[in-house]
Design a protein around this ligand. Structure first.
Ligand code: UD1
Ligand code: UDP
Length: 371
């Protein structure tokens, strides 16, 4: 059988949870030759390899080894390396996920070579163009041929930008597929016990948005709010490498290390991290993916941002946007039980990868019984 060569692009931590369920589902499709491409945007073992292991992904078929740099260096580095790959052995489709620099870089390479590009997690908009991810989302959606959205706001945003309806397909939230795929291992991981914490007796913190961590003016007051919050509720804080660097540069690390109730740890693997999240009283974050995971699990999520590209986590879920100076007040609010319970948005059901594979099969004209 003549198989269709599909490139799956993975680059940074949040991509791996989006690519893994799709990789496993495509492997079952006899018409697909799945090629896993890692751009190397994230490269520390605990930002990359750990996720491949946890999520049952094989070593990438192609590794571009691009690494860190300025936005232009990183985006251009991925483009130069990925174009060579496509020219050498042309894929039939390119699937990009999320909103990182590698997402737009690979989409642009595909579009210029007239290779069809599909974007998984399309249509999300924060309307804040100071976020590098917002630029990546707008540009990727403008040039991709097929836009797989997680929620109705995604469809609406794309239609408002003039995208024809036939390019948009709502497939649901692929992050939930990863959670469901790993659920039994997550439940058995025992991370909370290993930290000696009681169920619902602690909070989890993640921070890495440039707007929060890249200047001392933003980061120093945030550190004070975290110190005050940890005195109220023990907090576990796996520190992203960007944030670690900034805390050290600004001389703020010791303030956090010495704080009562606050535990700083290395970035965690997906299974151990999700075990900690699902038993937490609350989560404090500026992550995109963590806003969704907490909504799915019904855990109060305090998002330290003034906008979100994932509005259903607020309108339907347990997420609230929290101005950093009000963090402690919001922690108190959760502790009083004054927080919405939320519900799980439609199509966040663990079957998004199947819908994506079916969509691709339709686009390729592959007969349904061969999917
Ligand atoms: C990137 C994405 C962001 C995403 C985040 C997920 C862009 C513009 N940003 O941000 O959308 O939310 O990943 O975590 O694509 N570093 C390491 N080891 C690594 C990776 C990074 O030490 O494995 C350090 C380097 O100093 C690097 C810095 O972290 O310069 C930032 O990495 P980068 O990939 O540029 O951006 P992130 O902040 O990770
Ligand atoms: N995550 C993890 N270990 C950590 C912190 C986060 O496994 O120490 C997972 C989290 O569960 C989610 C993803 O990483 O699935 C989110 O990635 P990140 O916050 O880096 O990026 P964003 O979603 O903001 O783009």
């Amino acid at each position: 059988m003549n198989r269709h060569r599909i490139h799956l692009i993975a680059a940074a931590r949040p991509n791996f949870m989006k690519v893994a369920p799709l990789y496993h589902a495509l492997k079952e499709a006899p018409w697909a030759e799945t090629v896993l491409v890692h751009t190397g945007q994230h490269y520390d073992p605990n930002m990359s390899d750990a996720f491949f292991r946890d999520l049952g992904l094989p070593d990438p078929d192609i590794h571009l080894g691009v690494g860190s740099g300025t936005h232009a260096e990183q985006t251009a580095g991925v483009m130069v390396a990925y174009e060579k790959v496509c020219l050498e052995r042309r894929p039939d489709w390119i699937v990009v996920v999320g909103d990182v620099n590698s997402t737009i870089a690979c989409a642009l390479v595909g579009a210029k070579l007239c290779i069809p590009v599909a974007h998984l997690e399309a249509g999300l908009r924060s309307r804040d163009r100071t976020m590098p991810e917002e630029i990546n989302r707008i540009l990727t959606d403008a040039i991709a041929d097929l836009l797989w959205t997680p929620s109705p706001d995604g469809d609406e945003n794309l239609r408002a930008e003039g995208v024809p309806a036939e390019r948009i397909e709502r497939v649901g939230n692929i992050m939930i597929d990863s959670y469901e795929m790993m659920r039994s291992r997550i439940e058995a991981a025992g991370t909370r016990e290993a930290f000696g914490l009681s169920p619902r007796g602690y909070g989890v913190v993640t921070l890495h948005r440039p707007a929060n961590v890249d200047t001392p003016e933003a980061l120093a007051p945030l550190v004070e709010q975290l110190v005050a919050s940890a005195a109220r509720l023990p907090l576990v804080f796996p520190v992203h490498p960007r944030t670690r660097g900034r805390l050290e540069d600004f001389g703020l690390m010791s303030r956090l290390k010495d704080a009562e109730g606050l535990r700083l740890v290395e970035p965690m693997g997906y299974v151990e991290f999700m075990n900690l999240v699902q038993e937490a009283r609350l989560v404090i974050t500026d992550s995109g993916g963590v806003q969704e995971e907490t909504t799915y699990l019904g855990i109060p999520c305090l998002t330290l941002r003034d906008s979100t590209e994932r509005p259903v986590t607020v309108t339907e879920g347990t997420n609230r946007l929290v101005p950093p100076p009000e963090l402690l007040d919001h922690v108190e609010q959760v502790m009083r039980g004054d927080w919405p319970e939320g519900r799980v948005p439609e199509l966040w059901d663990g079957r998004t990868a199947q819908r994506v594979v079916a969509s691709l099969a339709r686009r390729l004209g592959v007969h349904a019984d061969r999917t």
